[in-house]
Each structure stands twice: as structure tokens, then as C-alpha cells.
Design a binder for this molecule. Structure first.
Ligand code: FES
Length: 142
């Protein structure tokens, strides 16, 4: 089951995806950079109309917070924790194709996941996402 937290903290219940499968997905996505040849199955999350450009949506997937961000370069999904000191990123500011951390101000490119400005921080943990038929889809193993 997926719970979506909007920017104004309204909670709604979305697509009934098996939580155990999502747990598998979240773990697999963390490792996707190490094993990018692994086949993914994409699962429907929300309508793209629910996520206008310049906005973000926080999803709770089997105990893991995943932040969907729609920017001019597209829709991106990332773990809702800053790689510097684990601060939540959902209150960070989107600017063009980047997000800034509200705690210490590090800025991350959403396309590459890398920190901008030579901060030396580790990159964001990103998840596979695509948009098809007006729906936002997250990739899962298997
Ligand atoms: S916790 Fe995000 S920049 Fe320090």
C-alpha cells in the first residue's frame, strides 16, 4: 500500500501495490547502479497531472520515503534523505533541475543525482522512474 504525502501534508491512499514487493524494489533500486542490467518491471503510481512541473510528492513505500520531483528535465524519484546528514529533502527547494537541502543548503542535480557546486557530498540515491500514458511509473526488480 502506498501513502502519498503532498507538499501541504495531505495524506491520500494510492495504488494498492504489494508492500513486500515494494520493499524488494526499494532495496533493488539502491543497488541498481551496481547491477544496471537487471530487468525492471514498472508499476503505476500516480497521474502526471497530480505532479505539475516545479512540484514534488512524497510517497511512503513499505517504510521508505521516496520523493517524486517534476522539473523541466522530467520526473525523478529519489530517497527522501540528504546524503550529507540524512535530513529529509521533501521541504527542499526545487530550482530548475535541482533540489536544495533545507538543513545545510547543499544542492543536487536531479538528472545525475550529483551534488552541485563542488561540495564533495555523495550523490542522491535515485530510483528508476518513467512516464507513460500520463502515468508515473516506478521500476521494480523482477
Ligand atoms: S543534511 Fe543536507 S546538506 Fe547537510
Amino acid at each position: 500500500m502506498i501513502f502519498a504525502l503532498t507538499d501541504d501534508s495531505m495524506i491520500s491512499n494510492h495504488h494498492p501495490v504489494n508492500p513486500l514487493f515494494l520493499a524488494d524494489f526499494v532495496q533493488g533500486a539502491r543497488m541498481s547502479g551496481e547491477n544496471s542490467a537487471e530487468k525492471l518491471t514498472y508499476h503505476d503510481l500516480i497521474s502526471i497531472d497530480e505532479l505539475p512541473t516545479g512540484e514534488k510528492r512524497l510517497l511512503m513505500l513499505a517504510g521508505e520515503e521516496v520523493l517524486l520531483c517534476r522539473v523541466p528535465a522530467g520526473v525523478f524519484a529519489l530517497r527522501n534523505r540528504c546524503p550529507h546528514a540524512e535530513s529529509p529533502l521533501h521541504e527542499g527547494r526545487l530550482r530548475q533541475n535541482s533540489i536544495s537541502c533545507p538543513l545545510h543548503g547543499a544542492r543536487f542535480d536531479l538528472v545525475s543525482g550529483r551534488a552541485l557546486g563542488g561540495t564533495g557530498y555523495r550523490p542522491l540515491t535515485c530510483f528508476p522512474v518513467k512516464v507513460e500514458g500520463g502515468r508515473v511509473l516506478l521500476g521494480m526488480k523482477g
